[in-house]
Design a protein. Structure first.
Length: 152
């Protein structure tokens, strides 16, 4: 069976997960992560910033920026906090060159990084992206301005 991810936010979700586990044959491995799954607002902000960074740098596509951010900022966060991610990443991706790792982060491979983050991890990721590119003079939309349609 493939990996199954369940987000448990309510007591009903918890009961559904327990019922699901009772149907699974043994042996099995269960990995749990504390925290809430990343939000749609965080995803929209990430997409907005990737577009802004690519446009201002002018020498790479938004997909290339997305891949660079996943590799430079996302992978270290997850390798530090997620044992299952670290094991798979270290076995499949880590032995490769930097350029090959970038390819793994982008389409068509699109190695899962930000999509498995919790809200806290995604916040840390976005903070690192903002700090890095702002230090290079890249102007990124303020998340508060996006609420009111005032993006840069």
């Amino acid at each position: 069976m493939a990996t199954v991810n369940r987000i448990v936010e309510t007591e009903s979700d918890r009961r559904a997960l327990l019922r699901f586990l009772e149907t699974r044959p043994i042996p099995l491995t269960v990995t749990m992560t504390d925290g809430k799954h990343k939000t749609d607002k965080q995803n929209r902000l990430q997409r907005q910033w990737v577009m802004e960074i690519a446009a201002q740098l002018g020498d790479r596509t938004p997909e290339q920026v997305r891949g660079e951010c996943k590799l430079r900022f996302g992978v270290p966060i997850l390798r530090e906090e997620n044992e299952a991610f670290r094991a798979v990443y270290d076995r499949l991706v880590k032995p490769h060159t930097y350029e090959e790792k970038l390819e793994f982060m982008m389409e068509p491979f699109d190695f899962g990084v930000t999509r498995i983050m919790t809200t806290r991890q995604k916040t840390e990721y976005l903070n690192r992206v903002h700090q890095h590119y702002s230090a290079q003079g890249i102007v990124l939309s303020n998340p508060e301005d996006l609420k009111f349609g005032r993006a840069a």
